[in-house]
Design a protein. Structure first.
Length: 235
């Protein structure tokens, strides 16, 4: 479980207030207009945006005073930063050992992560010989190897076609359940949010609003969310 306690997040000159908690073991969407502060919320959890007031707890433990590397968090971005000269297996192994010096046990864990994202048959290929969706799965396997209980996804599948996007969403939903992860997913696509996230946080007017049921929110959105979703009728 994640809790932002009367937190004021200071991203340069931009401030976001968050006083909310997120259920563990499930996927929660983060939605709102461009520039509203969705990435700011995720980056504060990961330790790249400072908390000027209040605190952040994960599973009852205060984390906002920890350096990024010590936080129970891993992040997947849209730009997955794979290394072109390394095989799929080595790109994944980097999540575990940055110097690629692997023990037998490490190798087993890498193979396990590859199997979880159905990439074991492609482990010896280089990223250029993979589709966009397969590349994103390599990045996801590397993220999973970090074995952190909180998974942050910042518009990870925006560049993928509809079929691959649905495939990746299903994979995230499955891994969230299997590993009892607390997943926060920033998305501009309400259908993606509704598909795998029972609850959604709306970021608007300098505030992250506590999670509400996604279906209800999208069926009857407040005015500014309706405007963002393009559902307002012109006057
Ligand atoms: N380093 C920074 N210094 C000052 N302002 C920043 C910095 N980074 C982001 N901002 C501002 O903070 C606000 C929130 O940015 P953020 O990236 O969190 O929004 P977002 O909701 O994720 O947007 P998008 O959907 O476009 O990715 C924006 O107005 C942005 O211009």
């Amino acid at each position: 479980m994640i809790a932002f306690n009367s937190a004021k997040l200071a991203n340069g000159g931009f401030t976001l207030n968050a006083d909310l908690s997120v259920l563990g073991g499930t996927c929660t969407a983060v939605i709102g207009a461009s520039g509203a502060g969705k990435s700011t919320l995720l980056m504060a959890l990961a330790g790249f945006v400072p908390v000027a007031r209040g605190s952040i707890h994960v599973a009852e433990k205060r984390i906002d005073d920890l350096p990024p590397a010590d936080r129970p968090v891993s992040i997947l971005f849209q730009d997955h930063n794979l290394f072109g000269h390394l095989t799929v297996r080595d790109n994944v192994a980097l999540g575990l050992r940055p110097n690629l010096s692997l023990s037998t046990k490490d190798r087993e864990r890498v193979d396990e992560a590859l199997a979880q994202v159905d990439l074991h048959d492609l482990a010896d290929r280089r990223p250029a010989a993979l589709s966009g969706g397969q590349q994103q799965r390599v990045a996801l396997a590397r993220t999973l190897l970090r074995d952190r209980p909180v998974l942050l996804l910042d518009e990870p599948f925006a560049a993928l076609g509809p079929g691959l996007r649905l495939e990746m969403l299903a994979l995230v939903a499955r891994l969230t359940e299997e590993r009892a992860l607390t997943t926060l997913m920033v998305t501009h696509n309400p259908e993606d949010a509704a598909r795998i996230c029972p609850q959604a946080i709306v970021v608007t007017n300098g505030h992250a609003v506590p999670p509400q049921p996604t279906q209800t929110l999208l069926a009857d959105p407040p005015e500014d969310l309706a405007r963002y979703l393009g559902r307002t009728t012109p006057q």
